[in-house]
Design a protein around this ligand. Structure first.
Ligand SMILES: NC(=O)c1ccc[n+]([C@@H]2O[C@H](COP(=O)([O-])OP(=O)(O)OC[C@H]3O[C@@H](n4cnc5c(N)ncnc54)[C@H](OP(=O)(O)O)[C@@H]3O)[C@@H](O)[C@H]2O)c1
Length: 265
C-alpha cells in the first residue's frame, strides 16, 4: 500500500474557489495550492485576489485571477470558460461565497431580503455546480464540489431567519446534488461555526466574541485554516468514498453561538 498521506494531495488538479480574496476562501485556495492544485481565485475585488494569487505562486503552483460577481449569470459563465481555456481541466469547485446580510428579527425582515439571501447562499452555488459538474466529468472524468455552509443552517435562532433558510437550503441541495451527480462528482458541505474573518468582525464586538467563545466547547473562535483543512480533505482522494455529507467545523457547538433579539409585537 502506498503512503496514506499521498491521498491527501491534489497534485495536478485544478480548483475554482469562489470568494477567495480574503477569509475562508483565501485560506482554502492557499491550502489547495499547498497540496498541489492550481487555483482559479475569484471574487469582485481584484486587489485582494492578487494577494491570494501571490501566495499560491510562492508555493510553486499556478493561479488565475478572474473578477466575477457570482450573482451575475454572464460573469459565472465567463469564469468557467476562462478556467477551461487557461487550465484545460476542472476537478474541484468550492462554493464559498455567501453571507448573512443584516441579522434581524423576522418582523423586520422583508421578502426581498429573504430572497436576496437565498440567492447569494444557495442559488449561486446551485448555478455554479450545474455549470461545473459536466465540465469536471468531460475534462477530468470526476470531480468534487464543497459547499461552505453554516451552523445557522441547522441551529435555529432568532435574528437569523434569512441566513438560516439560505444555508439550510444549501445543506439540502448538497444532499440532492450528491445523489444526482454520483458516482462521478462528489458533493459535500461544511457547517462552519464562528470564524475570524472580516465578515464576522462586521457583526461582533469584544463582548459578543467573549459570549461566543463561552458557548463554544473548544473555547475559541475558528480560524479560516480550520475550514480550509476540511475542504482539502473533502476535495482530495482521501475522501473518495464520501459524498452527501455535511461536516461540522464549529468547535463542537450544539446550540446557537450568539443570542439575538426576538421580534417584538
Ligand atoms: N466567518 C464566519 O464566522 C462564518 C460562519 C459560518 C459560515 N460562514 C460562511 O463562510 C463563507 C465565507 O465567509 P467569510 O467569513 O470568509 O467571508 P469574507 O471574509 O467576507 O469573505 C467573503 C469573500 O467572498 C467574496 N464575495 C462576496 N460577495 C461576492 C459576490 N457577490 N461575488 C463574488 N465574490 C463575492 C468577497 O470578496 P468581494 O467582496 O471582493 O467580492 C470575499 O473574497 C460564507 O459562505 C459564509 O456564509 C462564515
Amino acid at each position: 500500500m502506498s503512503n496514506i498521506l499521498d491521498r491527501f494531495r491534489v497534485e495536478g488538479q485544478v480548483a475554482i474557489v469562489t470568494g477567495s480574496g480574503r477569509g475562508i476562501g483565501a485560506a482554502t485556495a492557499i491550502a489547495l495550492a499547498d497540496a498541489g492544485a492550481d487555483v482559479v481565485v475569484t471574487a469582485r475585488t481584484v486587489e485582494q485576489l492578487e494577494d491570494t494569487a501571490e501566495q499560491i505562486r510562492k508555493r510553486g503552483r499556478r493561479a488565475l485571477v478572474v473578477a466575477c460577481d457570482v450573482l451575475d449569470k454572464q460573469q459565472r459563465q465567463a469564469l468557467v470558460d476562462q478556467t477551461i481555456e487557461h487550465f484545460g481541466r476542472l476537478d474541484i469547485l468550492v462554493n464559498n461565497v455567501g453571507g448573512s446580510g443584516a441579522i434581524k428579527p423576522t418582523l423586520m425582515t422583508t421578502e426581498e431580503e429573504l430572497e436576496a439571501c437565498f440567492k447569494l447562499n444557495t442559488t449561486t452555488a446551485f448555478a455554479m455546480s450545474r455549470l461545473c459538474a459536466p465540465l469536471m466529468v468531460k475534462t477530468a472524468e470526476k470531480g468534487a464540489i464543497i459547499n461552505i455552509s453554516s451552523v445557522a443552517g441547522h441551529l435555529a435562532q432568532s435574528g437569523f431567519i434569512s441566513y438560516g433558510i439560505g444555508k439550510a437550503a444549501m445543506n439540502f441541495m448538497t444532499l440532492n446534488l450528491a445523489q444526482d451527480f454520483a458516482p462521478k462528482v462528489r458533493v459535500n458541505a461544511i457547517s462552519v461555526g464562528s470564524t475570524l474573518t472580516s465578515a464576522l468582525e462586521g457583526v461582533i464586538n469584544d463582548e459578543v466574541e467573549r459570549a461566543i467563545v463561552e458557548r463554544t466547547p473548544m473555547n475559541r473562535l475558528g480560524q479560516p485554516e480550520d475550514v480550509a483543512a476540511c475542504v482539502l480533505f473533502l476535495a482530495s482522494p482521501a475522501a473518495s468514498y464520501i459524498t452527501g455529507e455535511i461536516y461540522g467545523v464549529n468547535g463542537g457547538l450544539t446550540g446557537p453561538p450568539m443570542a439575538m433579539p426576538r421580534s417584538s409585537f
